[in-house]
Design a binder for this molecule. Structure first.
Ligand SMILES: [Zn+2]
Length: 389
């Protein structure tokens, strides 16, 4: 069954061959979906016929958001910690242990229900591709089941056994690294495509990160890394050295870090929800973009430092606080996210792309940052599936 989305005021395709600029923007456009794929995109006057027709009535259409960084498998609640932080207490990596305790004691069904609910919440605000990490189990069995639950709901699954050293290993962290690089990875690697490490003071240092990434790569996983969030450090350098798909956070960078990213295929994934929710300084997206680094924007949904699934919110903050233009922020949240996940089939609306389409209740994608906090996502098609009632 094919569907013609007609009367599109402005269409972001992210395909330079289809329209103007990096967004491949087409005004007065139409889009044809065939099953779960994009079959055609172009000016309305040239649109081919289709089985069904939907009138966009002058509204903007963009590709579904690709959220390349999420921690969606967890239990528990950290409202009190957030309130305390907003009352002046600093953020540290250790709060993760609160969620670990709650996650370990939760049943599979509860974890699955919570994850599904967050993925559905993300979809309502236009996110059609989701990456999901483990990292709140931190035992062999709890990490494996976290990945299995993630795989049931997310497009991309990442092993993050090296999220934080769990309390039972607090005085012997190298024993935990040994567990991660042996039994835990043996059990978990079959259920994930990616390996991630929280490379940060208070989490895992350079040598530990190197050992864990090496063990993951040896089992066929592709690296991505939490890097340079809370302070300067070796994370970005390691990400580039390991040809990671993405270095995530990138808040505290030296000139050498920026140059290393610019000379690599590693995407810098910026997560403004984390700085927002920890009242920290934002990463400088302008500096990265001016250096030629590929930048992605993601939500970093997690219960401790960024409890949002809302990419339009991240776009608005990135434009207001991080020096991105409205066009750059929309690109970063769509095709940028796809690059960070090395996916060619999402993040754009070129012919053959997965039919992940977002209709905005606005004449232009610029409204995503121009009208912050307003629920502009009117309808979503995921894999061509018609909008839910
Ligand atoms: Zn994260």
């Amino acid at each position: 069954m094919s569907l013609l989305i007609d009367g599109i005021g402005s269409l972001v395709t992210n395909d330079r061959s289809l329209g103007e600029g990096p967004l491949g923007l087409i005004r007065d456009a139409a889009l044809v979906l065939d099953g779960d794929r994009v079959a055609w995109a172009g000016p309305r006057s040239a649109a081919p016929p289709a089985d069904e027709r939907f009138d966009a009535d002058g509204r903007a259409v963009i590709p579904g958001f690709v959220d390349s960084h999420g921690h969606l498998v967890f239990a528990g609640d950290r409202t009190a910690e957030f309130a305390a932080r907003m009352s002046g207490q600093p953020y540290s990596a250790g709060g993760i242990r609160t969620t670990v305790a709650a996650t370990r004691s939760a049943g599979d069904e509860e974890l699955s229900r919570r994850t599904a609910s967050l993925v559905a919440e993300a979809l309502r605000s236009g996110t059609t591709t989701v990456e999901c990490k483990s990292g709140y189990g931190l035992t062999v069995d709890d990490e494996r089941r976290s990945l299995q639950i993630a795989a049931a709901h997310a497009d991309e699954v990442t092993f993050l056994g090296a999220h934080v050293v769990p309390p039972e290993y607090a005085d012997r962290p190298d024993d935990y690294v040994r567990l991660v690089t042996t039994d835990m990875l043996d059990a978990c690697a079959p259920h994930a495509g990616w390996i991630d490490v929280f490379c940060e003071r208070g989490a895992f240092d350079e040598d530990q990160t190197r050992a864990i990434l090496r063990a993951g790569v040896a089992r066929g996983l592709i690296p991505r890394l939490h890097a340079n969030q809370l302070g300067p450090g070796p994370g970005v350098r390691l990400a580039v050295e390991f040809h990671a798909a993405s270095a995530d956070h990138c808040t505290h960078l030296t000139d050498d870090d920026v140059a290393a990213l610019a000379g690599s295929r590693t995407v810098a994934t910026l997560l403004p929800g984390a700085e927002f929710s920890t009242r920290a300084d934002y990463p400088d997206a302008r500096r990265l973009l001016d250096a030629g680094v590929t930048v992605a924007l993601a939500a970093d949904c997690n219960p401790g430092s960024s409890f949002t699934t809302n990419i339009p919110f991240c776009i608005a903050v990135a434009v207001r606080e991080m020096g991105m233009t409205p066009d750059e922020a929309v690109w970063a949240a769509t095709l940028g996210g796809a690059r960070a996940l090395r996916r060619a089939d999402v993040g754009h609306l070129g012919v053959g792309a997965r039919a992940d389409v977002v209709l905005l209740d606005a004449p232009s994608h610029v409204h995503l940052s121009y009208r912050p906090g307003v629920p502009l996502v009117r309808q979503v098609w995921k894999s061509g599936r018609p909008p839910s009632p």
